[in-house]
Design a protein around this ligand. Structure first.
Ligand code: HEC
Length: 194
């Protein structure tokens, strides 16, 4: 019969955890692990681009539907089609079905989810487009043109009027058609499934 060796992997792991916790210098300081480097303010700013549903994180700037029509024609139309419905890639425009919310239940509605019938927050458009679109050059649109192309997409979806001007104050105020179809997931675990 073999005896368990003293100081096996379990002990080593415990020693490493203690070392990681105690090797951090004085109390209250951010722990340091002896690798990596301090990010520059520029690098942090380039990465810190999330926009929350309530609009936190939206930059200064503004854009009109008219300017958005130009931006869309230049940078989006090749992949999303002249009216945002033709593709070849994701359909961005469409309010139907206006009643019910059958996307999970009926196979024929798969692939018909759009900004107009599915997205709960207009602010997510800013986060997503700045982060990911145009797919060939994400991040290349400035803040004004991002607001503008969002205004145009929302106008095509019959959500804002032709003369809408979007900025950090007006974008969070837009009530999206699918807004009440989503709830914050505050389940604490266990059996409570909505
Ligand atoms: C080279 C092709 C290409 C170009 C150009 C392009 N897109 Fe996209 N777009 C895509 C693809 C592919 C997806 C799906 C990406 C995925 O699901 O990961 C997408 C997804 C999207 C979505 C999310 C759709 C949804 O409901 O999930 C939005 C919004 C969007 N694009 C906006 C734009 C805007 C605005 C522009 C122009 C500024 C643009 N795209 C330019 C290819 C492109």
């Amino acid at each position: 019969m073999r005896r368990r060796r003293e100081g096996g992997p379990g002990v080593l792991a415990a020693v490493l955890v203690v070392a990681a916790c105690t090797g951090s210098g004085r109390e209250g300081e951010t722990p340091r692990f002896g690798f990596g480097r301090e990010p520059s303010p520029e690098l942090l700013a380039a990465m810190d681009i999330d926009v929350r549903p309530d609009g936190k994180g939206l930059p200064e700037g503004s854009g009109t539907v008219a300017r958005g029509r130009e931006v869309f024609a230049l940078h989006c139309v090749a992949c999303h089609g002249p009216t945002g419905t033709e593709g070849p890639f994701d359909r961005l425009v469409g309010r139907d079905p206006r009643e019910g919310f059958p996307f999970g239940e009926k196979a024929e509605y798969l692939g018909t989810r759009t900004v107009g019938n599915y997205w709960p927050y207009a602010t997510t458009l800013f986060d997503y487009i700045r982060r990911a679109m145009p797919q060939t050059a994400p991040g290349s649109l400035g803040a004004d043109d991002t607001y503008a192309v969002i205004a145009y997409i929302l106008h095509l979806n019959e959500i804002v009027p032709e003369d809408a001007v979007l900025d950090a104050r007006s974008l969070p105020d837009i009530e999206m058609p699918a807004r009440d179809r989503f709830v914050p997931d505050d389940r604490a675990g266990g059996q409570d499934v909505r």
